[in-house]
Design a protein around this ligand. Structure first.
Ligand code: 5AD
Ligand code: SF4
Length: 475
């Protein structure tokens, strides 16, 4: 980056990035003057909550630079924040990139950027370098905070800018974050994952576990609370091992208790929990809390002890059942949701029966179900007995039917009761209704208007419609 070495650039973060935000703003405002209109940006996010939260950081930076946000891919700046957990997500990105090429030909101001987990894979970057030369900026999961600097580099040169870091160098605090909702916000508490489940690419693309310091997290949430945020979602690939690499050590429960103290925060959520690390202390903390929501996302992946061992999950079917029981005994009103993979190498119909048995015994309130996708570089990719597409589809459909039956039954158990609902938005299909969530994350629609957004109101759950409720406000 020698082209601006002579400029007076701050060496420290985040000051350095604020400097580049200013620099980009100057260039963009010149372009605005030439074009006689604002420049627009469209950010398209694939994958998990972590990616959505990363996108909020990028949107905030683009906002400060002067871009207007749009949902359209005809924007002047289009960014795909990618996911690579399953192969079909990669294919979709290539497909959409192909469709951008003619758009870019028509609009010489158009910039295209790619970031996220897929970019941490070498073969992907090679392919972009070779076959997608019209992509302007490529960066990864460890240097999102450098986005303004990368954009500036691109705006002041004609080169394709590719900057991928093998690992995180530092955790940069205090960059702007844009919130989609005024009343709820996501907060990263840790990055990366150390678990190396044998099917999963995340530890390779997101790096080792790094926890943020509790004081930085608390400061961020306090600022949100002052700004009117009522619900906080604490984010990490494995929140139960939060704080293990900090000195002094802090447990996740201790962090939750600190968040609980923050005035103005009324609901605390977190994800994701790994069953092997979920402590009794956490169950106790949740049980005694008035703010921690009655919902736990606890990925099962498989109900077969043999498959779990080969997945490197480090718990058995019985461990999982015992843990779920413990949670339900402590908090009978809790909703447990999960992730399940079918078709892991070597899986048999008997293994699937074990999974179905756990689904029925635990009674999941909902489950994300996935067909196993081979990720090169992971141990499972080279395991024997890869499952055929035919078996995979058959098992997937069987699992889905059982999951839906169990989930509908579980969701229905609140019918007739009156519960607090945090209202999130006006219903997208019927503008005389609003949509919100119970503490246990169940969706509720009821008559109301915009003025209720962000409020917690009592709602009678009149009718369960499978996965959601229709209710009425009780004043
Ligand atoms: N194939 C299918 N599903 C996967 N997941 C992670 N890796 C794979 C894979 N290779 C699922 C897991 C995880 C969720 C986020 O994605 O269920 O919990
Ligand atoms: Fe992937 Fe396992 Fe880490 Fe979750 S815990 S991100 S499934 S390696």
């Amino acid at each position: 980056m020698s082209n601006y070495a002579s400029l007076d650039i701050p060496a420290n973060e985040p000051e350095r990035q604020f400097y580049f935000i200013d620099k980009c703003r100057e260039i963009i405002s010149e372009k605005e003057n030439t074009l006689g209109r604002k420049l627009t940006c469209g950010i398209f996010t694939f994958g998990c909550q972590m990616n959505f939260h990363d996108s909020e950081k990028i949107i905030a930076i683009l906002d400060q630079i002067g871009f207007e946000h749009t949902e359209s891919e005809n924007a002047d700046f289009v960014l795909y924040n990618t996911c690579t957990v399953r192969e079909n997500a990669n294919e979709r990105v290539y497909g959409r990139l192909g469709q951008l090429k003619p758009k870019k030909k028509k609009n010489p101001h158009m910039l295209i950027a790619l970031c996220g987990c897929m970019m941490q894979e070498e073969h992907v970057v090679q392919k972009i370098r070779k076959s997608y030369k019209y992509v302007d900026i490529v960066f990864g999961t460890h240097n999102i905070y450098k986005f303004a600097e990368l954009l500036y580099t691109r705006l002041t040169s004609d080169d394709q800018i590719i900057d991928i870091w093998e690992e995180a160098k530092e955790i940069v605090e205090d960059l702007p974050v844009e919130r989609k909702y005024s009343f709820k916000a996501g907060v990263n508490i840790m990055y990366g994952c150390n678990n190396f489940c044998s099917y999963c690419i995340v530890p390779y693309v997101r790096g080792r576990e790094r926890s943020r310091k509790p004081e930085d997290i608390i400061k961020e949430i306090e600022a949100f609370a002052k700004d009117g945020v009522k619900e906080i979602m604490l984010l990490g690939q494995n929140v139960n091992s939060y704080g293990k690499n900090l000195s002094p050590n802090v447990t996740f429960s201790e962090l939750l208790r600190m968040v609980e103290e923050i005035q103005g925060i009324e609901r605390i959520r977190f994800m994701t929990s790994h069953p092997k690390d979920l402590s009794d202390e956490l169950i106790e903390t949740m049980k005694n809390s008035k703010k921690i929501c009655r919902h736990i996302h606890l990925p099962l992946q498989s109900g077969s002890t043999e498959i779990l061992a080969r997945m490197n999950r480090r718990y058995t079917k019985e461990d999982y059942l015992k843990l779920a029981d413990k949670i339900k005994t402590a908090m009978p009103d809790i909703a447990i949701t999960t992730d399940i993979i079918v078709g892991f190498p070597g899986e048999t119909d008997e293994d699937l029966e074990e999974t179905l048995d756990v689904v029925r015994k635990v009674g999941f309130d909902s489950a994300f179900t996935f067909q196993y996708s081979k990720r090169s570089g992971t141990p499972a990719a080279t395991m024997d007995n890869q499952v055929t597409d035919e078996d995979m589809t058959r098992r997937f459909n069987k699992l889905l039917a059982v999951v839906q039956e169990v989930a509908a039954e579980r969701t229905g158990r609140w019918e007739g009761g009156i519960y607090p609902v945090l209202v999130e938005e006006v219903n997208t299909h019927d503008s005389s209704m609003v949509t919100g969530r119970l503490s246990n994350n169940t969706v509720v629609h009821f008559p109301g208007d915009e003025s209720l957004i962000g409020q917690i109101v009592n709602v009678k759950l009149n009718e369960c419609k499978g996965f959601y409720y229709i209710g009425e406000e009780i004043i």
